[in-house]
Design a protein around this ligand. Structure first.
Ligand SMILES: Cc1cc2nc3c(=O)[nH]c(=O)nc-3n(C[C@H](O)[C@H](O)[C@H](O)COP(=O)(O)O)c2cc1C
Length: 185
């Protein structure tokens, strides 16, 4: 099983990208996480450019999502909401709605922020956006507050409580994806 990890941050030392790496270490045998790193190349959504031949970065994202069994998104919070670059990429992938690769795709959302609340508002808004696109949004949340204090020098998540929460979300994502695949077989 392949899980595509999408970080909502473009920052080189992003805590959200670190959170995805921490999730990769918690995956059961037979499940791999591939980090998608093309977010910065996705152009601003323009319906005039939304043609049969999509911009390369958009085509790349659509292909990466279609080729994955499940998606794990880690989002920062910008002004209590989803960062524009992440929302923009999802807007591209949402069209046309009927054939969006996110439709019925199991997706889990986690997040990290420097504030105390760990991007809870951004995560809630992201789940709402994903549901509007028709993704199968997995329950469960990991809110890494004070993120600058929650990763060690190697970028590893510190604190058993957070690692346990992350493991629960990852398990939920894998379980739902396996159940869906069994039903489809
Ligand atoms: C434009 C902007 C808005 C932000 N707004 C919030 C916010 O509403 N709540 C919060 O907790 N942190 C906020 N932050 C701080 C981010 O949580 C912090 O930069 C975080 O480390 C970003 O995630 P990253 O490490 O994955 O890049 C904001 C940062 C930026 C650049």
């Amino acid at each position: 099983m392949k899980v595509l990890g999408i970080s909502g941050s473009l920052r080189r030392d992003s805590h959200n990208t670190s959170l995805l790496r921490a999730a990769a270490e918690l995956l059961p045998d037979g499940v791999e996480l591939e980090l998608w790193d093309g977010l910065k190349a996705v152009p601003p959504y323009d319906e005039d450019d939304d043609l049969a031949e999509a911009p390369a970065a958009v085509a790349d994202l659509r292909k990466a999502i279609a080729g994955a069994d499940a998606i794990l998104i880690s989002t920062p919070e910008y002004n209590h909401s989803v960062p524009g670059q992440l929302k923009n990429a999802l807007d591209w992938v949402s069209r046309p709605l009927a054939t969006s690769p996110l439709r019925n795709k199991p997706v889990a959302v986690v997040g990290a922020s420097m504030g105390a609340f760990g991007a809870v508002w951004a995560q809630a808004e992201l789940r709402k956006v994903l549901a509007a696109i028709g993704a199968r949004v997995i329950e469960g949340e990991v809110a890494v507050g004070h993120a600058h204090e929650r990763f060690d020098e190697q970028g590893r998540l510190t604190g058993d409580d957070l690692r346990e929460q992350l493991a629960e979300v990852v398990d939920g994502l894998v379980t739902v994806t396996r159940a869906r695949d069994l039903l489809a077989a």
